[in-house]
Design a protein around this ligand. Structure first.
Ligand code: PEP
Length: 257
């Protein structure tokens, strides 16, 4: 039996006080969830509050970014050993907003994946095309973004397919056939690069309560990465409880720890 991965990044939202309230509420709301791996990615400042509220629960916590180096003169940055010391399980790298706002490229992002894995955490590597053209173009784009994936520790890797055009206020989730096509391409690419070993591939981009079930039932979708519709504990908990259309999840894989 495999386990879908369902998580949220709060982006630049929620103070430490609000994070404590969110996580305390979430812990109780999802205590009955046994068939999903759940995680929250607060801003750096709120990770200690998340840890305090979630330690010993069925919700893991992590971070939204990391510096590729372990220490040094890098004002304002946060390193992988700092995150590991805070008990982080997952660290997101390569989100579209980091690529767009901080000019991060695939080479830098690969170094960040390596840093995360060096410290025993699982990297959630975001890939996705910026504009909506064709499924074939999207497949090529994400395949190119994954060209370094053969160098990564596959046991500590999750891929998040997040088409930029499907992210954020005013956007809509990518349709199921699009998601199925690109996820199949990501799985094929990863299997080629890793000698057939499987890597979980989760979908993110305007996932809401209505969309969660059909997405979880889409072939090749191993979980969901939720943004604005999980900015309350109740919102995240409802999505965490969503049964997939048609019953048991298919093709879902838990991250190895
Ligand atoms: C995201 O940007 O990673 C994301 C999933 O955001 P949203 O769900 O708000 O589109």
């Amino acid at each position: 039996m495999t386990t879908p991965l369902i998580g949220t990044s709060w982006k630049m939202n929620l103070t430490p006080s609000l994070a404590a309230a969110y996580c305390t509420a979430l812990r109780a709301l999802v205590a009955d969830v046994e068939d999903r791996t759940l995680f929250v990615l607060p801003p750096f400042t709120a990770i200690p509050a998340a840890r305090a509220a979630l330690a010993g629960s069925n919700v893991a916590w992590g971070a939204q970014d990391v510096h590729p180096l372990d220490s040094g003169a890098h004002t304002g940055d946060v390193s992988a050993p700092m995150l590991a010391d805070l008990g982080c399980t997952f660290v997101e790298v390569g989100h579209h907003e980091r690529r767009r706002d901080h000019r991060e490229d695939d080479e830098l992002i690969a170094r960040k994946v390596a840093a995360v894995q060096r410290w025993g955490m699982t990297a959630i590597l975001c890939v996705g095309e910026t504009s909506k053209t064709t499924i074939a173009a999207a497949e090529k784009h994400v395949s190119d973004q994954l060209r370094r994936a053969g160098e990564f520790d596959i046991a500590r890797l999750v891929i998040a397919y997040e088409p930029a055009w499907a992210i954020g206020v005013g956007a809509e989730s990518a349709p199921s056939d699009w998601v199925a096509g690109v996820h199949a391409a990501v799985h094929r690419r990863l299997e080629n690069l890793t000698g057939g070993r499987s890597v979980p591939v989760i979908y993110g981009g305007s996932v809401d309560l209505d969309g969660a079930a059909p997405l979880l039932a889409t072939a090749g979708v191993d979980g969901l990465f939720v943004g604005r519709h999980a900015l309350t504990a109740e919102g995240f908990a409802r999505i965490a409880h969503t049964p997939p259309v048609g019953g048991a999840p298919e093709a879902a894989v838990a991250p190895r720890t």
